[in-house]
Design a protein around this ligand. Structure first.
Ligand code: GLU
Length: 387
């Protein structure tokens, strides 16, 4: 813990390149009337635009659909069942998306609505499609506004809270900073509203059991995320090498306030998103297939290049796009592991060929690389130090 954490916030934020901001329902929707806080959203978007002007990529994860829809439908979501909840989300999501589209539009930015379910982050092909869409939106300069696809999520298969969803989004796109704008301004040893001895925790570097013991129940009526879901989110973020912070959104321009030293709790990973991803590729996946590569490819890979189809001499196993495969050198030794950009039958069809020939062989334009260098870890490379 450091006492000067709040002055470090501005510095940490200024170094971040790709930022995910989670906006809780209680900030965006008035708790008693159920109306959208338009002025607050405008102020927040002023901050978002300021981050964009500093050259950062920004993804918003916004709650509020259920709260807005519930107001319109006059449903009390606290007492309703899942279908009512879903109906409220279906109605409210239109309003929510419209508000972002309008407000970001005032600043000359285009908003994109991205609705995800737990399935989308757990099933490999859907995960990859979601990742590709998010990256494409960022490349096009669009600001994605993500929410859970509440209308199709089932009771068992849903995030249910946007804290964890936001952390998964941060992990999916290798964000380096996740900001949870919340109705609390940080993590405390106990609930500060009920316990005068509650102490503020400025910085967390490891999620020890003590923190889980401290996490109390949910805070406000409209938000489903209490401290527990925030710690769940922190675990996902830290494993992905992404720093996370909790700060209060109950002020106008909360990000500007953060830069000026407003209170926050920072969760600091011991790795970077890139190193964490490489670690994951190297260590935790069961390879689904094997690619044999020629001597030229061995040299190119050792020099930090991607694996092109031209350098592959054989394909074994059955795998889909995005699966982990191991790479064998001409002597049959494992050279490394990577996430392959093609399914097994497609890979078999394009090996030994120039990348320019891929569209003609497969009938569509896939990636030039069979395994991109970012998706590749060589055996002799230590993931924490790879470039
Ligand atoms: N997806 C829900 C909504 O938009 C919010 C979940 C949450 O509050 O975390 O209303």
């Amino acid at each position: 813990m450091h006492d000067d954490t709040n002055t470090l916030s501005g510095q940490r934020l200024s170094q971040a390149r790709r930022v995910v901001i989670k906006i809780g329902s209680a900030l965006l929707v008035d708790q008693s009337s159920g109306a959208l806080h338009r002025e607050w959203l405008e102020a927040l978007c002023t901050d978002v635009v300021a981050l964009r002007e500093q050259g950062k990529e920004v993804i918003l994860v916004s709650s509020g659909a259920v709260a807005l829809g519930a107001r319109r439908l006059e449903i009390d979501v606290r007492r309703s069942r899942l279908p009512d909840h879903q109906a409220a989300a279906a109605v409210g999501q239109i309003q929510l998306a419209h508000a972002y589209e309008e407000v970001l539009g005032q600043f000359g930015f285009t908003a994109a609505q991205v609705l995800l379910t737990l399935d989308d982050s757990e099933s490999r092909p859907r995960y990859l499609n979601a990742v590709n869409t998010l990256f494409t939106l960022l490349k096009l300069g669009v600001i994605p506004v993500v929410n859970e696809n509440d209308t199709v999520a089932t009771q068992e298969l849903r995030y249910g809270d946007n804290d964890r969803l936001a952390a998964r989004v941060a992990q999916m796109i290798s964000a380096d900073c996740l900001i949870l704008l919340s109705d609390v301004d940080g993590l405390y040893t106990a609930d500060p509203q009920t316990n005068p001895d509650a102490r503020y925790i400025p910085e967390v570097t490891a999620l020890t059991d003590d923190y889980w013991a401290m996490a109390g129940g949910p805070g406000s009526d409209l938000a489903s995320g209490g401290m527990r879901t925030k710690l769940d989110a922190a675990r996902i973020a830290l494993d992905a090498g992404c720093q996370m912070l909790i700060t209060s959104g109950h002020i106008m321009r909360p990000l500007q306030a953060l830069e000026a030293g407003a209170r926050a709790t920072w969760f600091l990973p011991d790795s970077t998103p890139r190193a964490a991803r490489k670690q994951w590729i190297a260590g935790t996946l069961q390879p689904k297939g094997r690619l044999k590569v020629d001597a030229g490819a061995v040299e190119a890979l050792s020099g930090g290049r991607s694996l092109l189809p031209a350098g592959v001499t054989g394909v074994e196993g059955s795998f889909v796009r995005g699966d982990a495969v191991s790479l064998l050198d001409p002597h049959g030794n494992e050279l490394g592991r990577g996430l392959i950009a093609y399914a097994a039958d497609e890979a078999r069809a394009i090996i030994g060929q120039q990348s320019a020939a891929i569209p003609e062989i497969l009938g569509y334009r896939g990636r030039d690389e069979m395994i991109h260098r970012d998706d590749l870890v060589l055996v002799r490379q230590r993931p924490g130090t790879s470039t």
